[in-house]
Design a protein around this ligand. Sequence first.
Ligand code: HEC
Ligand code: HEC
Length: 117
Amino acid sequence: MRNTLGYVLFFTLLGLTASLAQQKTPPTKLVFPAKNGNITFDHTAHAKREKNDCKVCHPSPFAQDAKAPLKFRPPHKSDEDAKSSCGSCHRAGGSAFETKGNCANGKCHVRAAATKK
Ligand code: HEC
Ligand code: HEC
């Protein structure tokens, strides 16, 4: 009897924790490092464009964790064809610009300005 109560309590708490986890404060901007120039992901703008519907991106294709791997590796074409990760939107015929032709025109990979001394 005591055990049953313990289990009920445990799973109630687990459920509560899970629902709280879904309401984590969203980041404003995330920077993803890359050798050919870091990418600044404007999380606020991305969420806003999806009418703040977090479910468009969480938990799939992205974990709510900036340290989780993005799985959007070069050559990006394969992820775009698979409509996975960023390529679920950023692809030819998708809701956002494809990577081709947009590597370094200021949209994605931006090299840090050389620091003058
Ligand atoms: C267009 C896609 C998109 C939408 C919509 C979106 N997110 Fe995210 N979010 C991301 C990506 C990408 C990451 C980084 C994932 C990674 O690095 O693996 C992220 C990360 C996060 C993180 C982790 C931040 C950290 O510092 O670890 C939180 C919290 C989060 N999002 C909350 C939200 C909430 C709340 C909403 C709804 C208001 C939302 N997100 C909507 C794409 C999105
Ligand atoms: C739910 C669809 C969706 C996903 C997923 C998504 N984006 Fe976007 N992204 C957009 C839209 C829509 C725009 C603005 C329209 C355009 O410029 O084509 C945009 C614009 C951008 C921009 C230009 C700056 C800005 O925010 O306006 C960058 C950089 C960018 N996205 C990077 C990424 C990266 C990196 C990922 C994966 C971590 C990603 N996006 C995932 C829809 C998405």
